[in-house]
Design a protein around this ligand. Structure first.
Ligand code: ADE
Length: 342
């Protein structure tokens, strides 16, 4: 790959780029928010979340001061909630350090919570026009195909090598477009699933895997560890048209709300007996069905029951559907059960 090839890529980008909300700004705060959202979520989904987030929290100070519940509500449905918690931590740290916005030095950015080499590169190149590449899985896919690179793309050695290659090809006047054009090529042409659109690719003259028609063999896949599967019973307590939700104290989804649940599978009868033993006065138990939620490292297989109570227990807090919908962050895993109640 040489300067001429990069010129072809930048020309291709000018002709083909999508009009995305974060492409109308170079405010480092806004670029940072977009990049964090885009890390594990599709562009089409991020668009609306990005606009709503910035309408509510337009400045670093707003994010540093926001209540965690409000923040998690804004993030509801995006998943990987540690991203949101780190955003707030990072904003507070930046302000504590006496800075008005994110720093312009790579070292200082990497010291901040939730900012790794990819995000630092994206902020430096897109917001500050500096020659730091942003290398994510999409860029690594493009490169592994161009070079028919048989190595595991997730290893630090590979990343380091491609970082210096791309850095040597970047120019300050087009640093932003350089980063965006690689991202765009990975999204529109050198796609992850299905046959890539090689005839439209600005790199088709140098791409080894196009030459040998081996595109689908790259990047080389490492065998993935199987996800742990957890069976759960979810109790949706109902009294007087209201339902119980509670804050998760630890583990995955900590700080978000849930319907009470246990990590075992129960029949309606077992459910009735167990809850009666605990002292709940139950009118009836109704099955809501089975639900699955997949996290990156585990799967929940949930059986949910709607439990109509005769008396309101003192130890449980009940909420209307409207409040659950508008005020509390109920993650997707439980949202699908909540939708059944509507
Ligand atoms: N994915 C990661 N960063 C992106 C960006 N800036 N634009 C579009 N998709 C992206």
């Amino acid at each position: 790959m040489n300067e001429l090839e990069i010129e072809k890529l930048l020309n291709w980008y000018q002709e083909n780029k999508r009009d995305l909300p974060w492409r109308h700004t170079s405010d480092p705060y806004k670029i940072w928010i977009s990049e964090i959202m885009l890390q594990q979520t599709r562009v089409e989904v991020v668009k609306e979340y990005y606009k709503r987030f910035l309408a509510k929290l337009p400045r670093m100070e707003d994010l540093a001061k926001v209540k965690e519940d409000t923040l998690l509500k804004l993030w509801e449905g995006l998943g990987y909630y540690s991203r949101a918690k780190n955003l707030k931590k990072c904003a507070s740290r930046v302000l504590e350090l006496g800075m008005k916005t994110l720093p312009e030095e790579e070292e200082s950015l990497l010291d901040l919570p939730g900012i790794g080499p990819y995000t630092a590169g994206a902020i430096l190149s897109i917001a500050y026009q500096k020659c730091y590449p942003a290398i994510d899985g999409n860029v690594l896919r493009v490169l592994s195909r161009i070079y028919e690179d048989d190595r595991d793309i997730l290893t630090p050695v590979v990343r380091k090598e491609y970082t210096s290659l791309l850095k040597s090809l970047m120019k300050e006047e087009s640093a932003r477009e350089f980063t965006e054009s690689f991202i765009e090529l990975g999204a529109l042409v050198c796609i992850p699933n299905g046959i890539p659109h090689c005839k439209d690719c600005p790199f088709k003259d140098i791409c080894k895997s196009f030459k040998h028609q081996t595109m689908l063999e790259y990047p080389k896949k490492k065998l993935k560890k199987e996800r742990k599967k957890i069976k759960k019973t979810v109790f949706v307590f109902q009294f007087d048209g209201e339902y119980v939700i509670q804050k998760r104290k630890d583990g995955v989804l900590k700080g978000l709300y849930e319907f009470p649940n246990e990590d075992i599978e129960m029949t309606p009868k077992e459910c009735y007996e167990k809850l009666s033993q605990k002292g709940y006065k139950i009118k009836s138990v109704e099955s809501l069905g089975c639900f699955k939620h997949v996290f990156s490292h585990l799967e929940w297989h949930m059986t949910a029951y709607l439990i109509f109570l005769k008396e309101k227990p003192k130890n449980l807090k009940f909420y209307s559907k409207r409040r659950i919908e508008h005020e509390y962050s109920l993650p997707s895993a439980f949202q699908q059960i909540f939708q059944k109640l509507k």
